[in-house]
Write a protein of this length. Structure first.
Length: 201
């Protein structure tokens, strides 16, 4: 039976959604801690979508509020990356650790391990901090480890959205090499539920 144009477009869209969801990585997530610039947040979400991160954690407390992304060119990425909001480091870290995540911060320091020497194929959450003050002392103390992007320039820092992109694409490289994008990471019931949900977005 031949489909009409609308049915064809709908079927094609659902097929694409199922294909994208089949490569999502529910055991890899990013934590944004008080990142206040809307451009940076939007860029991070776009990078997360690009490497198949299913959801991110938005950790905002004190006087810092989640920025308005509605006017950003990459704001549409927020539709395809789920977000869970937290109002304290304890709340966020406790929830993730209960789910079995290892939590890694990103900060310069003598105990920092290169991202290229870090196993990102395990269940891991990576914290990126505020543009000015970086990851908080509390987050550093409560994390399971600290990682860094090796650099050889005069200025040993990157914009948060750039740092996140470099890091998650290293995670993508490792996971892709291990074949983690070749099989569906959700059970059949969960996958079909997500397909139905995404089809309405």
């Amino acid at each position: 039976m031949k489909l009409n144009r609308q049915e064809y477009r709908t079927t094609k869209r659902v097929d694409k959604i199922r294909r994208i969801l089949s490569r999502r990585q529910p055991d890899l997530t990013i934590i944004l801690e008080n990142v206040h610039d809307a451009h940076n947040v939007s860029a991070v979400l776009r990078s997360c979508d690009a490497v198949g991160i299913f959801s991110v954690c938005l950790l905002y407390y004190g006087e810092c509020e989640f920025p308005d992304l509605s006017k950003r060119s990459s704001a549409s990425a927020k539709k395809w990356v789920d977000q869970t909001r937290y109002s304290s480091v304890d709340e966020c870290f406790s929830s993730l650790k209960e789910q079995g995540f290892r939590i890694l911060t990103t900060a310069l320091g003598k105990n920092a391990v290169s991202i290229y020497e870090t196993d990102m194929t395990e269940k891991v959450a990576i914290v990126f901090g505020n543009e000015h003050s970086g990851v908080s002392k509390e987050a550093l103390e409560k994390a399971d480890g600290n990682i860094v992007i090796p650099q050889v320039g005069m200025i040993q820092s990157l914009n948060i959205s750039v740092a996140c992109a470099v890091t998650v694409f290293e995670a993508f490289r490792q996971r892709n090499a291990k074949g983690m994008y070749d099989s569906v990471r959700f059970n059949e019931e969960k996958l079909e539920s997500l397909v139905e949900d995404w089809s309405k977005r």
